[in-house]
Design a protein around this ligand. Structure first.
Ligand SMILES: [Zn+2]
Length: 314
């Protein structure tokens, strides 16, 4: 890494060493460092692409099954997506730009399916062919397997672009943001969500905070870092939201008990009898519900464990 993504400084201090706490794809330790000039946190050195790929589990997105438990999980996921849906809906309705909404990193397409049901034209991109196929077949959302570096869209043809939990995974987030700028019509909106490294959860839990997600998160943004980054790419900040019903309480629950996280259990291939699976799911759900008051409180002080920002392309 030549320098800090935000300020360019090459001076940094090491905060701590950590390994893959959630999915346990490796036992290797990585360094999280803080830029001495601007305070941005990052993984340094970054693992090269061939190595980083090994730290991504195969089924990193949600693929609903047909059994009762899966249907229940999909119903739950629809409910907890409401913050994302209402935030993006307000952004699009307040914009004069015409065109579809593109979700970068669309996974199984549940969010886009909900936006489509609200009358928006939608499209999805995902680097996983399987995820894009699930978005098509399960949510009837047009999704393609592609990277934003080579998007199958014309310049200035989109009304909105969403990127939920994408930027912190990229080697160079500026490349993506520049591409989004080109794709958005004037007055179009970009909505970005990342874990907030200035949250109460982050400050209290440090390296145990789920939002660090070592080694998959190459950057750990605070809200102000993300705002600086967006502005340096030509966007104007419109709104911020520090609460997400889907992410914030569950993030605390998974920080406290990573081995109960449902996605981690699935990804790690933990063998569980159906009764044990249900039992663990219920304990985890109780932890999520118990985490809700804390998540609401930190968000009220603008220190929620995720931040969602709407920015406008002039
Ligand atoms: Zn810096």
């Amino acid at each position: 890494m030549s320098g800090c993504l935000i300020c360019g400084s090459t001076r940094y201090a090491t905060l701590f060493q950590a390994s893959d706490r959630l999915y346990r794809t490796t036992t290797r330790e990585f360094s999280v460092v803080r830029c001495v000039e601007c305070g941005l946190l990052r993984l340094d050195p970054q693992p090269p692409p061939d190595e980083l790929r090994r730290y991504y589990p195969d089924s990193y997105w949600f693929a609903p099954g047909v059994d009762a438990a899966s249907r229940l999980e999909e119903a739950y996921r629809r409910i907890v997506l409401r913050d994302h849906v209402s935030f993006v809906e307000r952004a699009l309705r307040s914009s004069r730009a015409a065109g579809p909404l593109l979700d970068v990193g669309c996974g199984g397409g549940l969010f886009l399916g909900l936006m489509r049901a609200r009358g928006f034209r939608v499209a999805g991109l995902d680097f996983s062919r399987e995820a894009a196929a699930i978005a098509w077949t399960r949510q009837q959302v047009p999704a393609v397997c592609a990277m934003l570096e080579n998007p199958p869209f014309r310049p200035q043809s989109l009304a909105g672009v969403t990127m939920f939990h994408v930027l912190e995974h990229l080697y160079d987030p500026r490349v993506y943001l520049a591409r989004v700028y080109d794709l958005l019509a004037p007055d179009g909106r970009i909505i970005v969500q990342v874990p907030n490294a200035a949250s109460w959860q982050s400050r209290l839990l440090g390296r145990s905070w789920n939002g660090m997600d070592v080694p998959r998160h190459l950057f750990d943004f605070r809200s102000r870092d993300l705002e600086k980054l967006l502005e340096s790419c030509g966007f104007e900040i419109v709104r911020r939201k520090f609460f997400s019903l889907r992410d914030n309480p569950a993030g605390l629950a998974s920080s406290l008990t990573p081995s109960l996280d449902p996605m981690a259990r699935r990804v790690r291939g933990i063998a569980e009898a159906p009764t044990m699976r249900l039992f663990k799911d219920l304990i985890y759900f109780a932890l999520v519900v118990g985490s809700l008051p804390f998540a609401i409180a930190e968000a009220a002080f603008r220190a929620g464990s995720t931040v969602m920002i709407e920015a406008r392309r002039p």
